[in-house]
Ligand binder design. Sequence first.
Ligand code: 5GP
Ligand code: SF4
Ligand code: MG
Length: 475
Amino acid sequence: MPDKFREECAVMGVYGHPEAANMVYLGLYALQHRGQESSGIVSSDGKGLTSHRQMGLVADVFKEDVIKRLEGSSAIGHNRYSTTGQSHLKNAQPFVVEYSQGPIAISHNGNLVNGTLLREELERAGSIFQSTSDTEVIIHLIATSKESSLMGRIIEALAKARGAYSLLFLTLDRMIAARDPMGFRPLVLGRFQSGPSAGAYVVASETCALDLIEAVYLRDVEPGEIVVFGPDGMESLKPFPPVPHAKCIFEYIYFARPDSNLFGHNVYQVRKALGRQLARENGVPADLVTPVPDSGVPAAIGYAEDSGIPLDFGLIRNHYVGRTFIEPSQSIRNFGVKIKLNAQRAVLEGKRVVVVDDSIVRGTTSRKIIRMLRDAGAKEVHMRISSPPTVGPCYYGIDTPNRTELIAANGSVEEIRRYIEADTLAYLSRDGMYTYFDGKSQGFCDACFTGNYPVHFDDEGHTKQLHLFEALQQR
Ligand code: 5GP
Ligand code: SF4
Ligand code: MG
């Protein structure tokens, strides 16, 4: 399975600000949860593009001297995360290429389902790729386009791309934002309202990035929209025919930061509502509701609110766990989870516990957590999940593992319950997931929970691609 299909990312861009790179740096900091493997910024001073990309967290990648070097009044940045394998610097974004009209940089969040096909075509025609990322496909399509204007080239390239993209481009004098016609991944537009930078524009994956730099949220970049920021201001284009939207419901459930407003709703409020609905659907007599921190916290608050069962923290999280700690060779039971979470006997002893989490992926963490709760004295453990079973992988930019590793793709709820050793296990229903949205599931993608992969703007190629990916995933 090539890891280019398994990227989670953040994008951030600022146009018309004297400290553009600094603002992008802060935005990437706020968006660290969307990618922790590499980070990069490209800035423009009108004469050339300057780039810095490095493996590591935002705080480690950018030091004062690096930010100083990234001169100019516009900049775009990127955080990337991919699970295994090709986690190389060459895949770190933003990518920069020279084409006939000068340099152009690109930051991409999402995943093209026809990336492989397009890449093969481009390679046959002579394009030479530097990375294994599908993002590079977009830039080669732009570079090889016969259109004369940059916008013509971008529109032609995006018309060929299928799947998910929230994109930022940077040229010497323009920044361009684009969101795919189905709108899988978020992308928001903001503006600085006061001070010397008033009027400067910001585009980011989530609103939490705007909050940090005190930019005001204007609106979402709409599905299918291309927004151009240039010397003459901002211009919006909608060059593609409208298609049904497929906003990622999993952004609400797990991925986005709870303090972000996403697709028009506050993530924290949605997560609490998922928890309340979970309690309505799957109540169980208990003494205590406890979240799996951090991702399960808002849903647990909602569950406690609706059920009237008190909430308390039976699990405490260590926030300083890096991604690269070395497991000791002697086998300490539950080591992997214990380094991140510790169970509190004083809270759990003798209690019937409802433990709330947002999702079960492989089931291995949940199993260890339940053992920890019992070891700390919990009398009963009832696991409640604030989403439906994760039955399929994501092809649109979220890093879910292969179908073979997804426990819910391979067993019933009862089988999962036995595996994780819970007294009871229950998931939120698909309909329940949409109660906060007045029961309306239109406009959302929930394919990883339902298997209904949105193929609305499907053509033969897209369907074939999905089958091809399935085959690749099974390897
Ligand atoms: P499991 O029991 O399946 O091993 O782990 C479940 C945990 O994984 C949950 O706490 C959930 O928040 C977390 N999780 C769910 N989806 C993702 C994801 O896409 N990436 C990461 N890193 N964790 C996830
Ligand atoms: Fe989001 Fe799941 Fe759809 Fe992927 S498959 S876009 S994670 S809802
Ligand atoms: Mg979690």
